[in-house]
Design a protein around this ligand. Structure first.
Ligand SMILES: Cc1cc2nc3c(=O)[nH]c(=O)nc-3n(C[C@H](O)[C@H](O)[C@H](O)COP(=O)(O)O)c2cc1C
Length: 404
């Protein structure tokens, strides 16, 4: 298969080399972190502190589960999406092409990485638009930093014919990034202006340091209706940017921020609809996030690992097709496991998981205690469910007739 939309080689213009190099480095360093996580090294993952109470008679047949997720004004086929990662270089354009192909095959929503490079550099555009080209009717989110203008936001949406615009807040990353942009005081105003100007709903997200309860309340006040808490525990951009610093002197900031689990617990009433990402490794982590109030969960690093071959982006069109096939297979496994886990927990829909019983342990419990959050109530939520009906013959037997 050819790659009609990704410019490469001497015939076409090449994306700005410095920026493209940074995008390639991000992928390489994120892949290294995923390898370490897979080997059991890496940061603590708070999803491990979330236990779902097993009720042996509550299960439902997975065939009766409807996995449709209600997120903001949308209905997604699964409570799962591929989070914003990349684009801006030829190699990352191939990663995006694989993601676009997999999105079309599976129907799940996907985001590109920050399209700033595509707005500023015409030669980089196709490395993002390839996601839409491969997936013309799917749900695609464009992604932009909170330092960009409302006009940029409109252009980003137009460029991808996007269904939503992700706006990322990444102060910790920008603090450590050698070429970081640190005009943080302007961000809240920019977010409000972008929400007002964007022709599609805005999803504000963190990139791995989490959105606190205070931030979620502020975002609601700025007009944000959907927020991805993007917490600590998976890809660590402080670590990635520190590895790009000549002196590597900010290593002590690794693990900055709160996990998605902590953020979901911290979310105030009246928060935007919540999405959870950051350290989502398995369908069980998705289910844990849904039980804590998320409407869907986003996966970045774990799916990037599937697309890469031995840590490397696809080298040509054939390798991109193979990468896409691997990602389709992975997403289909997640789909089937999600249905199985819903069935096991007796949830016919993702929304029903919000009334399942949850035990929160360890350092997350300590976080909740310090923040004054009552996690004890989460352990007894099924008590409010209506009692299941007894079948008529059992009811008859209980009406007086002694057992033979
Ligand atoms: C290689 C790579 C590049 C990323 N680039 C972006 C980006 O441009 N914009 C953004 O909002 N998030 C970006 N992210 C962050 C992810 O969307 C996500 O918030 C973060 O990786 C945590 O999720 P994970 O633990 O599943 O990887 C990137 C992640 C990876 C792995």
């Amino acid at each position: 298969m050819t790659e009609p939309t990704v410019p490469a080689g001497p015939a076409g213009p090449s994306p700005d080399p410095a920026r493209a190099g940074r995008k390639d480095e991000h992928v390489r360093l994120a892949a290294g972190q995923q390898a370490a996580l897979a080997a059991g090294a890496g940061p603590r993952n708070d999803f491990d502190e979330v236990e779902l109470l097993h009720h042996a008679l509550d299960g439902v047949d997975p065939a009766h589960v409807d996995l449709t997720a209600a997120v903001g004004p949308w209905r997604w086929p699964l409570p799962l999406y591929v989070n914003g990662m990349t684009g801006g270089s030829v190699a990352t354009g191939r990663v995006n092409r694989a993601i676009g192909i997999a999105a079309r095959a599976t129907g799940i929503p996907v985001a590109t990485g920050s399209v700033s490079a595509g707005l500023d550099d015409a030669a980089a555009r196709a490395t993002f638009t390839v996601v839409r080209d491969e997936n013309p009717d799917g749900f695609v989110m464009a992604n932009l930093g909170a330092d960009r203008t409302p006009d940029d936001a409109v252009r980003a949406v137009e460029m991808l014919r996007a269904d939503a615009l992700q706006v990322h807040l990444n102060a910790a990353q920008e603090t450590v990034m050698p070429e970081g942009s640190r005009r943080f005081e302007t961000w809240a105003g920019n977010v409000a202006a972008i929400c007002a100007a964007s022709p599609v709903p805005v999803v504000v997200k963190e990139v791995g340091a989490g959105l606190s309860g205070r931030t979620l309340a502020r975002l609601a006040g700025l007009g944000v209706t959907v927020a991805d808490v993007g917490g600590r525990g998976g890809t660590d951009f402080v670590g990635i940017e520190n590895d790009r610093r000549p002196t590597r002197d900010l290593a002590y900031l690794r693990g900055w921020g709160q996990s998605a689990v902590a953020c979901l617990l911290d979310a105030p009433a009246g928060a935007p609809h919540l999405l959870a990402s950051g350290g989502v490794r398995t369908p069980l982590d998705v289910v844990r996030a849904l039980a804590l109030g998320a409407r869907a969960a986003g996966v970045a690093g774990r799916f990037l690992r599937v697309v890469l071959d031995d840590g490397e982006p696809p080298r040509d069109a054939a390798a991109t097709d193979r990468a896409a096939a691997r990602l389709v297979e992975e997403i289909e496994v997640w789909r089937s496991h999600l249905a199985a886990l819903h069935g096991l927990l007796g949830a016919r829909t993702p929304a029903e998981l919000m009334t399942t019983d949850v035990l929160v342990r360890g350092t997350v419990r300590e976080f909740a205690a310090l923040r004054g959050i009552d996690v004890g109530a989460l352990t007894r939520r099924t008590a409010a469910r209506p009692a299941p009906d007894l079948s008529p013959d059992l009811t008859a037997r209980h009406d007086g007739a002694p057992h033979a």
